[in-house]
Write a protein that binds this ligand. Structure first.
Ligand SMILES: [Zn+2]
Length: 614
Protein backbone atom coordinates (compact mmCIF):
# COMPACT_ATOMS: atom_id res chain seq x y z
CA UNK A 1 0.00 0.00 0.00
CA UNK A 2 2.34 2.66 -1.26
CA UNK A 3 4.37 4.10 1.53
CA UNK A 4 3.96 1.78 4.49
CA UNK A 5 5.68 -1.61 4.24
CA UNK A 6 3.27 -4.52 4.38
CA UNK A 7 5.22 -6.17 7.22
CA UNK A 8 4.54 -3.08 9.30
CA UNK A 9 0.86 -3.25 8.39
CA UNK A 10 0.73 -6.87 9.44
CA UNK A 11 2.50 -6.09 12.68
CA UNK A 12 0.06 -3.29 13.47
CA UNK A 13 -2.93 -5.45 12.56
CA UNK A 14 -1.67 -8.22 14.81
CA UNK A 15 -1.32 -5.88 17.78
CA UNK A 16 -4.75 -4.25 17.41
CA UNK A 17 -7.54 -6.63 18.30
CA UNK A 18 -10.51 -5.55 16.19
CA UNK A 19 -12.98 -6.32 18.98
CA UNK A 20 -11.08 -4.04 21.33
CA UNK A 21 -10.67 -1.30 18.77
CA UNK A 22 -14.31 -1.24 17.66
CA UNK A 23 -15.40 -1.80 21.26
CA UNK A 24 -13.59 1.38 22.23
CA UNK A 25 -15.93 3.34 19.96
CA UNK A 26 -19.24 1.71 20.87
CA UNK A 27 -20.50 -1.34 22.73
CA UNK A 28 -20.33 -4.78 21.15
CA UNK A 29 -22.46 -7.66 22.31
CA UNK A 30 -21.32 -11.24 22.10
CA UNK A 31 -23.22 -13.33 19.58
CA UNK A 32 -21.82 -16.84 19.50
CA UNK A 33 -18.30 -16.77 18.16
CA UNK A 34 -18.75 -13.19 16.96
CA UNK A 35 -19.79 -9.82 18.33
CA UNK A 36 -22.62 -7.67 17.07
CA UNK A 37 -23.84 -4.11 17.31
CA UNK A 38 -26.08 -1.58 15.62
CA UNK A 39 -24.28 -0.60 12.45
CA UNK A 40 -22.63 2.83 12.70
CA UNK A 41 -22.72 3.19 8.93
CA UNK A 42 -26.45 2.98 8.37
CA UNK A 43 -29.61 3.51 10.38
CA UNK A 44 -31.02 0.31 11.78
CA UNK A 45 -33.10 -0.99 14.67
CA UNK A 46 -31.73 -4.52 14.94
CA UNK A 47 -28.02 -5.22 14.82
CA UNK A 48 -26.59 -6.56 11.58
CA UNK A 49 -23.08 -5.32 12.19
CA UNK A 50 -20.83 -8.28 13.01
CA UNK A 51 -17.26 -8.39 14.28
CA UNK A 52 -15.25 -11.56 14.10
CA UNK A 53 -12.47 -11.97 16.65
CA UNK A 54 -11.04 -14.99 14.89
CA UNK A 55 -10.93 -13.41 11.42
CA UNK A 56 -10.29 -9.92 12.78
CA UNK A 57 -12.85 -8.42 10.44
CA UNK A 58 -16.17 -6.63 10.59
CA UNK A 59 -19.10 -6.82 8.23
CA UNK A 60 -22.56 -5.32 8.14
CA UNK A 61 -25.14 -7.55 6.53
CA UNK A 62 -27.45 -4.56 6.30
CA UNK A 63 -25.43 -2.09 4.26
CA UNK A 64 -22.51 -4.22 3.15
CA UNK A 65 -19.81 -2.21 4.90
CA UNK A 66 -16.94 -4.34 5.98
CA UNK A 67 -13.25 -5.04 6.12
CA UNK A 68 -10.25 -5.03 8.37
CA UNK A 69 -9.57 -3.00 11.47
CA UNK A 70 -7.94 -0.39 9.20
CA UNK A 71 -11.08 -0.08 7.07
CA UNK A 72 -13.13 0.39 10.20
CA UNK A 73 -11.00 3.25 11.45
CA UNK A 74 -10.95 4.83 7.98
CA UNK A 75 -14.71 4.70 7.62
CA UNK A 76 -15.56 5.57 11.18
CA UNK A 77 -13.11 8.43 11.56
CA UNK A 78 -13.29 9.47 7.93
CA UNK A 79 -9.56 9.31 7.49
CA UNK A 80 -7.36 7.85 4.82
CA UNK A 81 -5.51 4.58 5.03
CA UNK A 82 -2.13 5.93 6.22
CA UNK A 83 -3.82 7.92 9.00
CA UNK A 84 -5.73 4.85 10.12
CA UNK A 85 -2.50 2.86 10.15
CA UNK A 86 -0.71 5.53 12.14
CA UNK A 87 -3.54 5.85 14.60
CA UNK A 88 -3.63 2.11 15.25
CA UNK A 89 0.16 2.03 15.39
CA UNK A 90 0.17 4.77 18.00
CA UNK A 91 -2.45 2.89 19.97
CA UNK A 92 -0.07 -0.01 20.47
CA UNK A 93 3.19 1.93 20.46
CA UNK A 94 4.51 0.85 17.08
CA UNK A 95 6.53 3.39 15.09
CA UNK A 96 5.60 3.66 11.44
CA UNK A 97 8.54 4.39 9.17
CA UNK A 98 7.20 5.52 5.85
CA UNK A 99 9.11 5.23 2.63
CA UNK A 100 8.87 8.44 0.70
CA UNK A 101 7.21 8.21 -2.63
CA UNK A 102 6.60 10.50 -5.55
CA UNK A 103 2.84 10.54 -5.98
CA UNK A 104 0.04 12.58 -4.49
CA UNK A 105 2.13 15.38 -3.02
CA UNK A 106 -0.96 17.28 -1.95
CA UNK A 107 -2.21 14.39 0.14
CA UNK A 108 1.23 13.93 1.65
CA UNK A 109 1.38 17.61 2.48
CA UNK A 110 -1.99 17.59 4.20
CA UNK A 111 -1.07 14.54 6.20
CA UNK A 112 2.23 16.06 7.18
CA UNK A 113 0.53 19.30 8.19
CA UNK A 114 -1.90 17.36 10.37
CA UNK A 115 0.90 15.38 11.95
CA UNK A 116 2.79 18.58 12.76
CA UNK A 117 -0.32 20.19 14.23
CA UNK A 118 -0.89 17.19 16.48
CA UNK A 119 2.74 17.29 17.55
CA UNK A 120 2.54 21.01 18.26
CA UNK A 121 -0.60 20.53 20.34
CA UNK A 122 0.93 17.65 22.27
CA UNK A 123 4.06 19.66 23.02
CA UNK A 124 2.17 22.82 23.88
CA UNK A 125 -0.07 20.83 26.25
CA UNK A 126 3.03 19.43 27.92
CA UNK A 127 4.54 22.89 28.24
CA UNK A 128 1.37 24.43 29.71
CA UNK A 129 1.16 21.46 32.05
CA UNK A 130 4.72 21.90 33.28
CA UNK A 131 4.03 25.58 33.82
CA UNK A 132 1.10 24.78 36.04
CA UNK A 133 2.99 22.14 38.00
CA UNK A 134 6.24 24.04 38.50
CA UNK A 135 6.37 27.64 37.36
CA UNK A 136 6.35 30.37 39.95
CA UNK A 137 4.09 32.55 37.79
CA UNK A 138 1.45 29.81 37.93
CA UNK A 139 1.13 30.11 41.71
CA UNK A 140 -2.22 31.95 41.63
CA UNK A 141 -3.58 29.39 39.18
CA UNK A 142 -2.54 26.52 41.47
CA UNK A 143 -4.14 28.29 44.41
CA UNK A 144 -7.35 28.85 42.50
CA UNK A 145 -7.57 25.21 41.41
CA UNK A 146 -6.71 23.97 44.89
CA UNK A 147 -9.50 26.08 46.27
CA UNK A 148 -11.85 24.51 43.74
CA UNK A 149 -10.80 21.07 44.89
CA UNK A 150 -8.52 20.33 41.97
CA UNK A 151 -5.34 18.95 43.45
CA UNK A 152 -2.03 18.03 41.89
CA UNK A 153 -3.12 14.52 41.02
CA UNK A 154 -6.23 15.75 39.24
CA UNK A 155 -4.13 18.31 37.40
CA UNK A 156 -1.98 15.43 36.20
CA UNK A 157 -4.94 13.21 35.32
CA UNK A 158 -6.34 15.84 32.98
CA UNK A 159 -3.03 17.38 31.93
CA UNK A 160 -4.25 20.79 32.98
CA UNK A 161 -1.89 23.65 32.24
CA UNK A 162 -1.24 27.31 32.52
CA UNK A 163 -0.47 29.91 29.89
CA UNK A 164 1.41 32.84 31.42
CA UNK A 165 0.17 36.37 31.05
CA UNK A 166 2.49 37.15 28.19
CA UNK A 167 2.07 38.19 24.58
CA UNK A 168 4.74 35.92 23.21
CA UNK A 169 5.76 33.20 25.69
CA UNK A 170 4.31 30.40 23.60
CA UNK A 171 5.20 32.11 20.33
CA UNK A 172 8.89 32.36 21.20
CA UNK A 173 9.01 28.84 22.57
CA UNK A 174 7.36 27.40 19.45
CA UNK A 175 9.56 29.34 17.02
CA UNK A 176 12.59 28.12 18.97
CA UNK A 177 11.41 24.59 18.45
CA UNK A 178 11.29 25.10 14.71
CA UNK A 179 7.58 25.64 14.19
CA UNK A 180 6.84 28.18 11.49
CA UNK A 181 4.59 31.20 11.54
CA UNK A 182 2.02 29.60 9.16
CA UNK A 183 1.95 26.45 11.30
CA UNK A 184 1.40 28.46 14.46
CA UNK A 185 -1.36 30.49 12.85
CA UNK A 186 -3.02 27.33 11.60
CA UNK A 187 -2.94 25.85 15.10
CA UNK A 188 -4.87 28.79 16.51
CA UNK A 189 -2.40 29.05 19.37
CA UNK A 190 -1.35 32.45 18.09
CA UNK A 191 -3.35 35.09 16.30
CA UNK A 192 -2.83 38.06 14.01
CA UNK A 193 -2.75 41.52 15.50
CA UNK A 194 -4.76 42.60 12.47
CA UNK A 195 -7.01 39.80 11.23
CA UNK A 196 -7.34 41.41 7.82
CA UNK A 197 -3.59 41.53 7.24
CA UNK A 198 -1.91 38.13 7.10
CA UNK A 199 1.49 39.78 7.44
CA UNK A 200 0.70 41.61 10.64
CA UNK A 201 2.30 40.83 13.96
CA UNK A 202 1.27 37.62 15.74
CA UNK A 203 0.84 37.02 19.45
CA UNK A 204 -0.28 34.33 21.92
CA UNK A 205 -3.99 33.67 21.89
CA UNK A 206 -4.06 32.25 25.41
CA UNK A 207 -2.65 34.55 28.07
CA UNK A 208 -2.98 34.25 31.83
CA UNK A 209 -5.30 31.30 31.54
CA UNK A 210 -5.71 27.86 33.03
CA UNK A 211 -5.46 25.56 30.05
CA UNK A 212 -7.75 22.59 29.53
CA UNK A 213 -6.53 20.40 26.69
CA UNK A 214 -9.35 19.18 24.49
CA UNK A 215 -8.83 15.65 23.22
CA UNK A 216 -10.32 13.70 20.40
CA UNK A 217 -11.87 10.39 21.33
CA UNK A 218 -8.57 8.55 21.01
CA UNK A 219 -6.90 10.93 23.43
CA UNK A 220 -4.86 13.19 21.16
CA UNK A 221 -4.83 16.88 22.08
CA UNK A 222 -6.55 18.77 19.27
CA UNK A 223 -7.42 22.11 20.89
CA UNK A 224 -7.48 24.03 24.15
CA UNK A 225 -9.95 25.78 26.31
CA UNK A 226 -8.45 28.52 28.45
CA UNK A 227 -10.11 29.73 31.63
CA UNK A 228 -9.36 33.15 32.90
CA UNK A 229 -8.30 33.34 36.52
CA UNK A 230 -11.02 35.09 38.51
CA UNK A 231 -8.43 37.38 40.04
CA UNK A 232 -7.80 38.92 36.66
CA UNK A 233 -11.38 39.89 36.19
CA UNK A 234 -11.17 42.08 39.23
CA UNK A 235 -8.45 44.08 37.51
CA UNK A 236 -11.20 45.77 35.58
CA UNK A 237 -11.80 45.99 31.91
CA UNK A 238 -9.69 48.98 31.08
CA UNK A 239 -7.63 48.31 27.96
CA UNK A 240 -8.83 44.77 27.65
CA UNK A 241 -10.53 43.78 24.46
CA UNK A 242 -13.61 41.61 24.55
CA UNK A 243 -11.68 38.39 24.18
CA UNK A 244 -9.42 39.36 27.06
CA UNK A 245 -12.28 39.24 29.50
CA UNK A 246 -14.13 36.18 28.23
CA UNK A 247 -14.16 33.66 31.06
CA UNK A 248 -13.58 30.78 28.69
CA UNK A 249 -11.69 30.99 25.45
CA UNK A 250 -11.51 28.08 23.03
CA UNK A 251 -9.19 27.32 20.16
CA UNK A 252 -10.70 28.45 16.89
CA UNK A 253 -11.74 25.90 14.30
CA UNK A 254 -8.62 24.33 12.83
CA UNK A 255 -7.90 21.32 10.62
CA UNK A 256 -7.80 19.30 13.86
CA UNK A 257 -10.68 20.86 15.73
CA UNK A 258 -14.31 21.21 14.74
CA UNK A 259 -16.03 22.49 17.82
CA UNK A 260 -19.37 20.90 17.00
CA UNK A 261 -17.82 17.46 16.63
CA UNK A 262 -16.04 17.17 19.96
CA UNK A 263 -17.35 16.31 23.40
CA UNK A 264 -15.04 17.29 26.23
CA UNK A 265 -14.00 14.32 28.37
CA UNK A 266 -15.17 11.64 25.95
CA UNK A 267 -11.73 10.06 25.67
CA UNK A 268 -11.96 9.19 29.36
CA UNK A 269 -15.66 8.54 29.74
CA UNK A 270 -16.33 6.24 26.77
CA UNK A 271 -16.32 3.04 28.79
CA UNK A 272 -18.39 4.39 31.68
CA UNK A 273 -20.92 5.81 29.22
CA UNK A 274 -21.37 2.42 27.61
CA UNK A 275 -21.69 0.71 30.96
CA UNK A 276 -24.22 3.20 32.32
CA UNK A 277 -26.03 3.62 28.98
CA UNK A 278 -26.60 7.14 30.19
CA UNK A 279 -24.64 10.35 29.80
CA UNK A 280 -24.62 13.12 32.38
CA UNK A 281 -24.15 16.33 30.46
CA UNK A 282 -22.61 19.30 32.19
CA UNK A 283 -21.60 22.60 30.81
CA UNK A 284 -18.10 23.35 31.93
CA UNK A 285 -14.83 21.49 32.05
CA UNK A 286 -14.40 21.94 35.79
CA UNK A 287 -17.87 20.48 36.43
CA UNK A 288 -16.99 17.49 34.33
CA UNK A 289 -13.64 16.96 35.98
CA UNK A 290 -15.12 17.26 39.48
CA UNK A 291 -17.83 14.72 38.73
CA UNK A 292 -15.39 12.35 37.10
CA UNK A 293 -12.91 12.58 39.96
CA UNK A 294 -15.73 12.07 42.46
CA UNK A 295 -16.41 8.75 40.77
CA UNK A 296 -19.28 9.82 38.54
CA UNK A 297 -17.57 8.98 35.30
CA UNK A 298 -20.35 8.76 32.69
CA UNK A 299 -20.03 12.47 31.91
CA UNK A 300 -19.55 14.65 28.85
CA UNK A 301 -19.52 18.38 28.16
CA UNK A 302 -20.47 19.92 24.82
CA UNK A 303 -17.95 22.76 25.40
CA UNK A 304 -20.31 25.34 26.68
CA UNK A 305 -22.46 25.27 23.57
CA UNK A 306 -25.76 23.60 22.90
CA UNK A 307 -25.56 20.10 21.48
CA UNK A 308 -24.94 19.95 17.78
CA UNK A 309 -26.39 17.27 15.56
CA UNK A 310 -22.94 15.70 15.32
CA UNK A 311 -22.32 15.70 19.05
CA UNK A 312 -25.70 14.10 19.64
CA UNK A 313 -24.98 11.47 17.02
CA UNK A 314 -21.63 10.70 18.61
CA UNK A 315 -23.29 10.40 22.00
CA UNK A 316 -25.96 8.06 20.68
CA UNK A 317 -23.23 5.56 19.83
CA UNK A 318 -22.59 5.17 23.53
CA UNK A 319 -25.87 5.79 25.31
CA UNK A 320 -29.63 5.81 24.93
CA UNK A 321 -30.28 8.37 27.61
CA UNK A 322 -29.02 11.81 28.49
CA UNK A 323 -29.33 13.69 31.76
CA UNK A 324 -28.87 17.42 31.29
CA UNK A 325 -27.55 19.27 34.33
CA UNK A 326 -28.38 22.89 34.30
CA UNK A 327 -29.04 25.96 36.32
CA UNK A 328 -32.58 26.52 37.43
CA UNK A 329 -32.48 30.00 35.94
CA UNK A 330 -33.99 30.94 32.61
CA UNK A 331 -30.65 30.87 30.84
CA UNK A 332 -30.15 27.26 31.90
CA UNK A 333 -33.55 26.25 30.59
CA UNK A 334 -32.86 28.02 27.32
CA UNK A 335 -29.55 26.20 26.94
CA UNK A 336 -31.25 22.86 27.52
CA UNK A 337 -33.94 23.71 25.03
CA UNK A 338 -31.36 24.51 22.40
CA UNK A 339 -29.82 21.08 22.87
CA UNK A 340 -33.13 19.36 22.63
CA UNK A 341 -33.56 19.25 18.87
CA UNK A 342 -30.31 17.44 18.23
CA UNK A 343 -30.86 15.02 21.11
CA UNK A 344 -34.42 14.11 20.15
CA UNK A 345 -33.50 13.73 16.51
CA UNK A 346 -31.11 11.01 17.56
CA UNK A 347 -33.72 9.19 19.61
CA UNK A 348 -32.05 9.98 22.89
CA UNK A 349 -34.20 9.96 25.98
CA UNK A 350 -33.68 13.30 27.70
CA UNK A 351 -33.99 13.92 31.41
CA UNK A 352 -33.33 17.05 33.35
CA UNK A 353 -31.42 17.50 36.56
CA UNK A 354 -32.36 20.92 37.83
CA UNK A 355 -29.68 22.24 40.13
CA UNK A 356 -30.52 24.13 43.30
CA UNK A 357 -30.11 27.89 42.85
CA UNK A 358 -26.48 28.99 42.98
CA UNK A 359 -25.11 25.48 42.56
CA UNK A 360 -23.31 23.83 39.72
CA UNK A 361 -22.43 20.12 39.42
CA UNK A 362 -18.96 20.86 40.75
CA UNK A 363 -20.11 22.60 43.92
CA UNK A 364 -22.92 20.12 44.43
CA UNK A 365 -20.87 16.96 44.20
CA UNK A 366 -18.22 18.38 46.50
CA UNK A 367 -20.77 19.48 49.07
CA UNK A 368 -23.05 16.45 48.93
CA UNK A 369 -20.78 13.67 47.73
CA UNK A 370 -21.10 11.05 45.07
CA UNK A 371 -24.11 9.14 46.34
CA UNK A 372 -26.37 12.12 46.82
CA UNK A 373 -25.50 13.33 43.38
CA UNK A 374 -26.27 9.93 41.94
CA UNK A 375 -29.62 10.02 43.67
CA UNK A 376 -30.33 13.32 42.03
CA UNK A 377 -29.41 11.83 38.66
CA UNK A 378 -31.66 8.84 39.30
CA UNK A 379 -34.50 11.17 40.23
CA UNK A 380 -33.99 13.48 37.26
CA UNK A 381 -37.29 14.37 35.66
CA UNK A 382 -38.24 13.49 32.12
CA UNK A 383 -37.55 16.54 30.03
CA UNK A 384 -41.13 16.86 28.84
CA UNK A 385 -42.59 16.63 32.34
CA UNK A 386 -40.20 19.30 33.45
CA UNK A 387 -40.82 21.46 30.45
CA UNK A 388 -44.61 21.19 30.43
CA UNK A 389 -44.64 22.08 34.10
CA UNK A 390 -42.49 25.12 33.53
CA UNK A 391 -44.59 26.35 30.65
CA UNK A 392 -47.80 25.79 32.60
CA UNK A 393 -46.42 27.77 35.51
CA UNK A 394 -45.48 30.66 33.33
CA UNK A 395 -48.71 30.84 31.34
CA UNK A 396 -52.11 32.00 32.42
CA UNK A 397 -54.16 29.02 31.31
CA UNK A 398 -57.42 30.51 32.45
CA UNK A 399 -57.63 32.53 29.27
CA UNK A 400 -58.44 30.50 26.19
CA UNK A 401 -56.09 32.51 23.98
CA UNK A 402 -53.12 31.91 26.26
CA UNK A 403 -53.98 28.25 26.56
CA UNK A 404 -54.08 27.87 22.81
CA UNK A 405 -50.79 29.66 22.47
CA UNK A 406 -49.22 27.38 25.02
CA UNK A 407 -50.65 24.31 23.28
CA UNK A 408 -49.07 25.44 20.03
CA UNK A 409 -45.72 25.97 21.70
CA UNK A 410 -45.85 22.54 23.34
CA UNK A 411 -46.90 20.96 20.06
CA UNK A 412 -43.97 22.49 18.29
CA UNK A 413 -41.53 20.89 20.70
CA UNK A 414 -43.34 17.57 20.65
CA UNK A 415 -43.12 17.61 16.85
CA UNK A 416 -39.37 17.29 17.16
CA UNK A 417 -39.61 13.88 18.79
CA UNK A 418 -38.69 11.37 16.13
CA UNK A 419 -39.48 8.14 17.89
CA UNK A 420 -43.24 7.45 17.44
CA UNK A 421 -43.61 5.68 20.79
CA UNK A 422 -41.95 8.46 22.69
CA UNK A 423 -43.97 10.99 20.77
CA UNK A 424 -47.27 9.32 21.64
CA UNK A 425 -46.32 9.33 25.28
CA UNK A 426 -45.47 13.00 25.26
CA UNK A 427 -48.69 13.86 23.44
CA UNK A 428 -50.63 12.09 26.19
CA UNK A 429 -48.80 13.97 28.90
CA UNK A 430 -49.12 17.36 27.29
CA UNK A 431 -52.78 16.96 26.42
CA UNK A 432 -53.57 15.75 29.95
CA UNK A 433 -51.92 18.80 31.43
CA UNK A 434 -53.71 21.13 29.05
CA UNK A 435 -57.03 19.40 29.58
CA UNK A 436 -57.59 18.64 25.90
CA UNK A 437 -57.97 15.30 24.16
CA UNK A 438 -54.81 13.73 22.71
CA UNK A 439 -56.50 13.77 19.31
CA UNK A 440 -57.11 17.52 19.50
CA UNK A 441 -53.60 18.13 20.64
CA UNK A 442 -52.36 15.87 17.85
CA UNK A 443 -53.88 18.15 15.22
CA UNK A 444 -51.47 20.86 16.32
CA UNK A 445 -48.43 18.70 15.64
CA UNK A 446 -46.66 19.51 12.44
CA UNK A 447 -46.44 16.50 10.21
CA UNK A 448 -43.19 17.39 8.57
CA UNK A 449 -40.77 14.47 8.71
CA UNK A 450 -38.67 14.94 11.79
CA UNK A 451 -35.47 14.10 10.01
CA UNK A 452 -34.62 15.45 6.61
CA UNK A 453 -32.59 13.49 4.12
CA UNK A 454 -29.69 15.88 4.51
CA UNK A 455 -29.45 15.12 8.22
CA UNK A 456 -29.06 11.44 7.47
CA UNK A 457 -25.40 11.22 8.38
CA UNK A 458 -24.07 12.17 4.98
CA UNK A 459 -20.48 11.71 6.11
CA UNK A 460 -21.14 8.02 6.54
CA UNK A 461 -22.01 7.61 2.88
CA UNK A 462 -19.52 5.03 1.77
CA UNK A 463 -18.69 2.53 -0.92
CA UNK A 464 -20.88 -0.50 -0.51
CA UNK A 465 -19.90 -4.02 -1.33
CA UNK A 466 -19.69 -4.62 -5.04
CA UNK A 467 -22.14 -7.17 -6.39
CA UNK A 468 -20.40 -10.46 -5.74
CA UNK A 469 -18.87 -12.55 -8.48
CA UNK A 470 -20.63 -15.66 -9.80
CA UNK A 471 -21.32 -18.29 -7.26
CA UNK A 472 -18.55 -20.71 -8.22
CA UNK A 473 -15.89 -18.00 -8.04
CA UNK A 474 -17.33 -16.77 -4.75
CA UNK A 475 -17.11 -20.30 -3.32
CA UNK A 476 -13.49 -20.60 -4.38
CA UNK A 477 -12.72 -17.16 -2.91
CA UNK A 478 -14.28 -18.24 0.36
CA UNK A 479 -12.28 -21.47 0.42
CA UNK A 480 -9.01 -19.82 -0.62
CA UNK A 481 -9.45 -17.24 2.12
CA UNK A 482 -10.47 -19.57 4.86
CA UNK A 483 -8.90 -22.99 4.46
CA UNK A 484 -5.17 -23.57 4.20
CA UNK A 485 -5.54 -26.96 2.49
CA UNK A 486 -8.04 -25.64 -0.03
CA UNK A 487 -5.79 -22.71 -0.70
CA UNK A 488 -2.78 -24.96 -1.24
CA UNK A 489 -4.79 -27.13 -3.57
CA UNK A 490 -5.64 -24.12 -5.74
CA UNK A 491 -2.09 -22.80 -5.67
CA UNK A 492 -0.88 -26.15 -7.00
CA UNK A 493 -3.15 -25.81 -10.07
CA UNK A 494 -2.52 -23.76 -13.20
CA UNK A 495 -4.82 -21.21 -11.67
CA UNK A 496 -3.47 -18.14 -13.45
CA UNK A 497 -3.96 -19.62 -16.86
CA UNK A 498 -7.45 -20.85 -16.10
CA UNK A 499 -8.71 -17.83 -14.20
CA UNK A 500 -7.57 -15.41 -16.86
CA UNK A 501 -10.25 -16.97 -19.04
CA UNK A 502 -12.99 -16.62 -16.46
CA UNK A 503 -14.96 -13.40 -16.30
CA UNK A 504 -15.27 -12.00 -12.76
CA UNK A 505 -12.29 -13.92 -11.41
CA UNK A 506 -10.13 -10.87 -10.71
CA UNK A 507 -10.86 -11.01 -6.99
CA UNK A 508 -9.97 -14.71 -6.80
CA UNK A 509 -6.71 -14.03 -8.63
CA UNK A 510 -5.88 -11.36 -6.06
CA UNK A 511 -6.66 -13.71 -3.21
CA UNK A 512 -4.41 -16.41 -4.66
CA UNK A 513 -1.64 -13.94 -5.50
CA UNK A 514 -1.49 -12.55 -2.01
CA UNK A 515 0.69 -14.02 0.68
CA UNK A 516 -2.14 -14.29 3.15
CA UNK A 517 -2.51 -17.23 5.51
CA UNK A 518 -6.06 -18.25 6.36
CA UNK A 519 -5.14 -18.81 10.00
CA UNK A 520 -3.29 -15.56 10.43
CA UNK A 521 -5.78 -12.69 10.82
CA UNK A 522 -3.00 -10.10 10.59
CA UNK A 523 -2.09 -11.32 7.14
CA UNK A 524 -5.77 -11.12 6.20
CA UNK A 525 -5.84 -7.52 7.36
CA UNK A 526 -2.72 -6.71 5.37
CA UNK A 527 -4.29 -8.33 2.32
CA UNK A 528 -7.49 -6.37 2.75
CA UNK A 529 -5.49 -3.18 2.99
CA UNK A 530 -4.47 -3.75 -0.63
CA UNK A 531 -8.08 -3.90 -1.87
CA UNK A 532 -10.56 -1.28 -2.95
CA UNK A 533 -13.31 -0.53 -0.40
CA UNK A 534 -15.85 -2.49 -2.45
CA UNK A 535 -13.58 -5.52 -2.73
CA UNK A 536 -12.75 -5.29 0.94
CA UNK A 537 -16.43 -5.27 1.87
CA UNK A 538 -16.89 -8.38 -0.24
CA UNK A 539 -13.96 -10.17 1.37
CA UNK A 540 -15.16 -9.25 4.85
CA UNK A 541 -18.49 -10.89 4.07
CA UNK A 542 -16.76 -14.10 3.00
CA UNK A 543 -14.65 -14.06 6.10
CA UNK A 544 -17.77 -14.12 8.22
CA UNK A 545 -19.40 -16.99 6.38
CA UNK A 546 -19.23 -20.57 7.55
CA UNK A 547 -16.60 -22.66 5.82
CA UNK A 548 -17.98 -25.95 4.58
CA UNK A 549 -16.73 -28.80 6.74
CA UNK A 550 -15.26 -30.71 3.83
CA UNK A 551 -13.34 -27.79 2.37
CA UNK A 552 -10.83 -30.02 0.62
CA UNK A 553 -13.34 -31.97 -1.45
CA UNK A 554 -15.38 -28.84 -1.98
CA UNK A 555 -12.46 -26.98 -3.48
CA UNK A 556 -11.76 -29.81 -5.92
CA UNK A 557 -15.38 -29.96 -6.94
CA UNK A 558 -15.68 -26.24 -7.58
CA UNK A 559 -12.33 -26.05 -9.32
CA UNK A 560 -13.36 -28.84 -11.62
CA UNK A 561 -16.52 -26.91 -12.39
CA UNK A 562 -14.49 -23.84 -13.35
CA UNK A 563 -12.15 -25.84 -15.57
CA UNK A 564 -15.10 -27.50 -17.19
CA UNK A 565 -16.76 -24.17 -17.85
CA UNK A 566 -13.57 -22.74 -19.34
CA UNK A 567 -13.15 -25.72 -21.67
CA UNK A 568 -16.76 -25.56 -22.73
CA UNK A 569 -16.50 -21.90 -23.47
CA UNK A 570 -13.36 -22.38 -25.54
CA UNK A 571 -15.02 -25.25 -27.35
CA UNK A 572 -18.07 -23.17 -28.13
CA UNK A 573 -15.85 -20.36 -29.40
CA UNK A 574 -13.92 -22.73 -31.67
CA UNK A 575 -17.13 -24.27 -32.96
CA UNK A 576 -18.46 -20.84 -33.80
CA UNK A 577 -15.27 -19.79 -35.50
CA UNK A 578 -15.17 -22.82 -37.74
CA UNK A 579 -18.54 -21.82 -39.13
CA UNK A 580 -17.15 -18.51 -40.33
CA UNK A 581 -16.76 -18.04 -44.08
CA UNK A 582 -13.42 -17.23 -45.69
CA UNK A 583 -11.32 -19.48 -43.47
CA UNK A 584 -8.18 -20.91 -45.04
CA UNK A 585 -7.79 -24.66 -45.14
CA UNK A 586 -4.99 -24.32 -42.60
CA UNK A 587 -7.31 -22.41 -40.25
CA UNK A 588 -9.97 -25.05 -40.57
CA UNK A 589 -7.55 -27.88 -39.86
CA UNK A 590 -6.21 -26.06 -36.83
CA UNK A 591 -9.66 -25.37 -35.50
CA UNK A 592 -10.71 -28.98 -36.03
CA UNK A 593 -7.67 -30.11 -34.07
CA UNK A 594 -8.46 -27.63 -31.35
CA UNK A 595 -12.04 -28.80 -31.13
CA UNK A 596 -11.02 -32.43 -30.90
CA UNK A 597 -8.46 -31.60 -28.26
CA UNK A 598 -10.96 -29.63 -26.22
CA UNK A 599 -13.56 -32.37 -26.50
CA UNK A 600 -10.97 -34.85 -25.30
CA UNK A 601 -10.02 -32.68 -22.35
CA UNK A 602 -13.65 -32.24 -21.47
CA UNK A 603 -14.16 -35.94 -21.63
CA UNK A 604 -11.23 -36.48 -19.30
CA UNK A 605 -12.79 -34.31 -16.70
CA UNK A 606 -15.50 -36.16 -14.97
CA UNK A 607 -18.90 -34.55 -14.86
CA UNK A 608 -18.60 -31.25 -13.08
CA UNK A 609 -20.18 -31.20 -9.70
CA UNK A 610 -20.88 -27.49 -9.57
CA UNK A 611 -23.27 -25.52 -11.68
CA UNK A 612 -20.48 -23.95 -13.68
CA UNK A 613 -22.21 -22.78 -16.78
CA UNK A 614 -21.70 -19.27 -17.93
ZN1 LIG B 1 -24.59 -1.23 8.03
Amino acid sequence: MGTIPSETIEQIAAANDIVEVIGSYFPLKRAGANFKALCPFHQEKTPSFMVSPSRQTFHCFGCGAGGSVFRFVMDYEHTDFPSAVRKLAARVGITVVEKSRGGAPEEDQQREARRLLLKLHAEAAERFHNNLLKAQFAGPARDYLEQRGINRQIIKNWQLGFAPDSWDALLKWALDRGYTRPQLLQSGLVKLRDESDTRSEIYDRFRGRIMFPIHNDVGEVIAFSGRLLPVRRSLGEGGKNEEGIAKYLNSPETPLFRKGNVLFGLHKSKRPLIEANCAIVCEGQIDLISLFEAGITNVVAPQGTAFTENQARILKRYVDEVVLCFDSDAAGAKAAEHSLDALLQNDLIVRVLELPPGEDPDSLVRREGKEKFENRVAGAQDFFDYWIEREMEAADVSSLGAKLQLARRLAETVSRVRDPLMRGEVVNKASARLGVSPADFGTLLSIKPARTASAEAPQFARAQAAPGPRHDIAMLCLLALRDEAARNFLLAQNWREILEQVPDAEILIRILQSELHPDDPASLSAFMASLSPAEEALVSAWLLQKVPADAETMVEKWWLGIRHAVLRRRLAAAQNRIKLPELSTGDIVNLQKQILDLQEQLHELSQPAGAADN
